[in-house]
Design a protein around this ligand. Sequence first.
Ligand SMILES: Nc1nc2c(ncn2[C@@H]2O[C@H](COP(=O)(O)OP(=O)(O)O)[C@@H](O)[C@H]2O)c(=O)[nH]1
Ligand SMILES: [Mg+2]
Length: 353
Amino acid sequence: MLGFFKKSGRRDAVDPAGVSPDETSAVPSDPGNSASGAASADAPRRLSWAGRLKAGLARTRQQLGGGLANLFGRRKIDENLLEELESTLLMADCGVEVTQHLIGELRARWKAERLETASQLQQTLAEGLLGIVAPLEAELETSGHKPYIIMLAGVNGSGKTTSIGKLAKYFQSQGKSVLLAAGDTFRAAAREQLMAWGERNGVTVIAQEGGDAAAVVFDAVNAARARGIDIVLADTAGRLPTQLHLMEEIAKVRRVIAKAEPGGPHEVMLVLDANIGQNALAQVKSFDAAVGVTGLVLTKLDGTAKGGVVAAIARQCPKPLRFIGVGEAIDDLQPFRAREFVEALFEAAGETA
Ligand SMILES: Nc1nc2c(ncn2[C@@H]2O[C@H](COP(=O)(O)OP(=O)(O)O)[C@@H](O)[C@H]2O)c(=O)[nH]1
Ligand SMILES: [Mg+2]
């Protein structure tokens, strides 16, 4: 166990959404196909957020921590071991820059502090990683504006619409009123998916059949103001940064929001699928150039060994990492907390319930 983390106090007993495991519900990804969002009586008891985070990060942990355990099990610390560690970090998608930084730091401390044991080196690595990702922790503060307008952007399938559903629940659990704007007007299914999320959470969804994304979002902002709503979550259609006309379209959505509400959108959230690993860096850069990204959501950490991409983002295109997703259930998206994240990456199996 990492004494370093223990000293500074652990937060993993607290569910950031304030939802106890008994209240949470495991719901399928497509709300349109689910008869009810409630967990059935014989459903297995849900783990705490810390437990789900840890389970969700299992593949990256195996890549990193498991890789380490294998290395250390075999021999003492030497240059060869550092070299193998280097490939382990690269395979977890930490990227070349972060990997070299971490290995450099390990080498220096190994010599200066005469590190000998596996756990010493692992702790040094965990500390180094925490130092890198900590600046990304910046919880979204929505109380400064009413309505607080959040526009979501990203490529197809990154998890925008699902994340909106989860965020609606998250903000409601903080006592805020929420309105959704069905700004993905390209696919009828996208609108229906959002309406299903709205229905399940008792949240109004502003949608139009067909029509223009900017017009839908404009209506939604006006409706939110008229109704005294706290938070608007605006969905948008997926697009690739290379599709220039679509990037221009989302830039227009952004400008129209600013017309409807001066100063808005207050947050432009780029939703990234963790499976894309290093490609996330390019996406952050191009979406930032087109619409000015102010925060990130990293979804699907549960399906990938590429969780090291968080470190690459921190070093190469730092943007506040507002939320991370580790599953399809409604409470599987939570604010990013650096310490909790690094702990979950390095703890041995079975240390957290
Ligand atoms: N395993 C897992 N699946 C997710 C997560 N977030 C979203 N998904 C799934 O990713 C798929 C695409 O999500 P969707 O919200 O429709 O993407 P969009 O095209 O960006 O709106 C859906 O099947 C979601 O359930 C996550 O954190 N973990
Ligand atoms: Mg969508």
